[in-house]
Design a protein around this ligand. Structure first.
Ligand code: GLC
Length: 512
C-alpha cells in the first residue's frame, strides 16, 4: 500500500546551525561548503531532511536571526551559487532542505529599516512600529526577550520603535500590506530555488493587536515574545499557507510557536489551512521523569488528535542546553534518543546530539551571545586533531565541547557501541517500521518511573512497544506481547534477543 501522507510526517529533520557545523574557509566559522562536505555522513546517519538556521546577510547581533537581506547568502557562509549546489546535492541524495525564515523582525541594518528610520515621513515609516511617547515613558510595558524593555527611543526622529528581541532587531509591521507582500516575495524567492520548506521564526509574533495594549500586570515581566497570541497571525498564516501550497511537491511550513501552552500551539494548525507543523515546547522544558513526560504527551494527544494535527518533537536546539547537559548523564541522553525517535510525530535532531555532545563551558571572556546560549552552539568536533576537522587557520568562534579529543564523529564511528550507532540504528528501525513512522500512540501500563507505549501501524500489521526507564533503578515491566524481541536497547544490551521482563537503570527499549 502506498502512503498518501506527505514526506514531512515520516521524516526525521536534522537541524544544522551553520556557524557551528564545519568550517571549510579557515575563518573559524562554519559555512555552506562545510555542510556540503558532510552530506555523505548525513546520508550514512539516515536523516531525511536538514533545516538550516539563518545563513543570510546579517550584522550577527543575534547570529543571523537579525537579517539584513532576506534573499542572499552572507559571505561568511558562501554564495547563492553555492547554496544552489547544496540544494541540488541534497536532492540527489533524497535529502530535503528546509530553511529558516525570520518574519517577525529584520536587522536594524536592513535597508527597509534604515529608510524607515530616516524620517517620520519616510515612505517606509509604517513598515515598522513607530510610536510617540516621551524619552522616559515608552508606549507600553512590553519586555524584550533578552532583557530590558521592548522599545528603543530614536533620538533623530523623537519616537520609539518596537523590538521583541534586541534593539538591533526592529519588529516588522505585518499590519501593513506592503510588508506582507515584500515578505511573501522572500518566501517565493527560496521556493523558486527549490527549498522544501521553512522553519518560521517566532511566527506567532507577526499578528498584533493594533492598539498594542499593555501586558497584564501579573505577567508584565514575561517577554512579550512568549505571550503575543492574536487572531491576525492566523489570517496571515492562511495567506502564507496558500502561497506555499501553490508550489508542487509538498513544501512544508513549520512554525516556531513559542507559547508554552499546547492548547494555544494547536490553534496554529488552523483548520489544516495554517502551519503544517508547529513546534510545541512544553516537552522540551519537562523534567526527566516518566510522570512529567506522560502528562506532556497526553496534552499533545488531547489537543492535536481532534483536529488531526501532526505533532513535532524537539528536545534540543540552538537556544537550549543539550540532552546530556540538561538530563545529566550520557545514559539518559541515550534514552532520550529512543524517546525522541519513537513518539508519534516528526522528530527534530539538533546536530551534535548524535555524538552525545555536552554544552561547552564558556569562560566569561569568550561569551558572545546576548541570550546566554553559547554552550549549545559550540562547534561540532569531527575528529580528534587539534582543529577537529575544521579548516584551522583561525580558531573556531566558540570553545569546543568537553572531551572533543575522544568525543568526535570519527572516534564514535569507530565504536559500534557509541551513541552515534544508537541514532543510526533508531533511524534504520524507523524506516523499516510503519508503526514507528506513522502509527497510532497508546500508553501501556507501567511502574512509576517508566513510560511505556505502543505504536500500531494504520493497517494493524506492524507494531512496536517502547519502554523508557527515567530512573536509576531496574524495574520489572511485564508486556503482553508473546515472544517479544528487543529490537533496540539504548545501552545496546540484548538486541535481537527475547525480552527478559526487566528494564535496566536508565534503559530504553524498542520491542517487536
Ligand atoms: C527564535 C530563535 C532564536 C532567536 C529569536 C529571535 O527564538 O530560535 O535563536 O534569537 O528567535 O529571532
Amino acid at each position: 500500500m502506498t502512503n498518501p501522507a506527505p514526506w514531512w510526517t515520516s521524516a526525521v529533520v536534522y537541524q544544522i546551525y551553520p556557524r557551528s557545523f564545519l568550517d571549510r574557509s579557515g575563518d573559524g566559522i562554519g559555512d555552506l561548503a562545510g555542510i556540503r562536505d558532510r552530506l555523505d555522513y548525513l546520508q550514512w546517519l539516515g536523516v531525511d531532511a536538514i533545516w538550516l538556521s539563518p545563513f543570510y546577510p546579517s550584522p550577527m547581533a543575534d547570529f543571523g536571526y537579525d537579517v539584513s537581506n532576506y534573499v542572499d547568502v552572507d559571505p561568511l557562509f558562501g554564495t547563492l551559487a553555492e547554496f544552489d549546489v547544496l540544494v541540488d546535492e541534497c536532492h540527489r541524495r533524497d535529502l530535503k532542505v528546509i530553511v529558516d525564515w525570520v518574519p517577525n523582525h529584520s536587522s536594524d541594518q536592513h535597508p527597509w529599516f534604515i529608510e524607515s528610520r530616516s524620517s517620520r515621513t519616510s515612505e517606509k515609516r509604517d513598515w515598522y512600529y513607530w510610536r510617540d511617547g516621551t524619552r522616559d515613558r515608552p508606549p507600553n510595558n512590553w519586555r524584550a526577550a533578552f532583557g530590558g524593555r521592548a522599545w528603543t527611543w530614536d533620538e533623530a526622529t523623537s519616537q520609539w520603535y518596537l523590538h521583541l528581541f534586541l534593539p538591533e532587531q526592529p519588529d516588522l509591521n505585518w499590519g501593513n500590506p506592503e510588508v506582507r507582500e515584500a515578505m511573501y516575495g522572500t518566501l517565493r524567492f527560496w521556493l523558486d530555488r527549490g527549498v522544501d520548506g521553512f522553519r518560521m521564526d517566532v511566527i506567532h509574533g507577526i499578528g498584533r493587536d493594533p492598539l498594542l495594549p499593555d501586558a497584564p500586570y501579573d505577567v508584565e515581566r514575561v517577554p512579550w515574545s512568549s505571550q503575543n497570541d492574536h487572531e491576525l497571525t492566523h489570517e496571515y498564516l492562511r495567506e502564507i499557507r496558500k502561497l506555499i501550497d501553490a508550489y508542487p511537491g509538498d513544501r512544508v511550513a513549520i512554525g516556531e510557536v513559542f507559547l508554552l501552552s499546547t492548547r494555544k500551539v494547536a490553534t496554529y494548525y488552523g483548520h489544516n489551512d495554517e502551519l503544517h507543523l508547529s513546534f510545541n515546547f512544553p516537552p522540551l522544558y519537562a523534567p526527566w521523569t516518566a510522570d512529567a513526560w506522560r502528562r506532556r504527551v497526553d496534552r499533545v494527544v488531547e489537543e492535536f488528535d481532534p483536529i488531526s494535527a501532526w505533532p513535532t518533537w524537539v528536545l534540543s536546539n540552538h537556544d537550549n542546553p543539550r540532552h546530556r547537559t540538561r538530563y545529566g548523564s550520557e545514559a539518559r541522553a541515550h534514552a532520550a534518543a529512543v524517546l525522541l525517535l519513537t513518539l508519534r510525530g516528526t522528530p527534530f535532531v539538533y546536530a551534535g546530539e548524535e555524538l552525545g555532545l555536552e554544552d561547552a563551558k564558556i569562560p566569561a571572556s569568550a561569551r558572545v551571545d546576548p541570550g546566554d546560549r553559547d554552550g549549545c552552539r559550540a562547534p561540532i568536533p569531527w575528529d580528534g586533531s587539534a582543529a577537529h576537522g575544521w579548516a584551522g587557520g583561525s580558531e573556531a568562534w566558540l570553545p569546543w565541547p568537553p572531551d572533543s579529543e575522544s568525543r568526535n564523529m570519527e572516534a564514535l564511528r569507530d565504536d559500534p557501541a557509541s551513541i552515534l550507532y544508537l541514532y543510526r540504528r533508531l533511524l534504520v528501525a524507523r524506516r523499516g517500521s510503519p508503526a514507528l513512522r506513522s502509527g497510532s500512540w497508546q500508553a501501556r501500563p507501567a511502574p512509576q518511573g517508566v513510560l511505556a507505549y505502543q505504536r500500531n501501524s494504520p493497517d494493524g500489521t506492524d507494531s512496536r512497544t517502547i519502554l523508557i526507564n527515567f530512573t536509576e533503578h531496574p524495574w520489572p515491566v511485564p508486556v503482553r506481547i508473546a515472544d517479544a524481541i528487543v529490537e533496540i536497547a539504548s545501552d545496546g544490551v540484548g538486541e535481537g534477543l527475547p525480552y527478559g521482563g526487566t528494564l535496566a537503570p536508565d534503559q530504553a527499549l524498542i520491542l517487536r
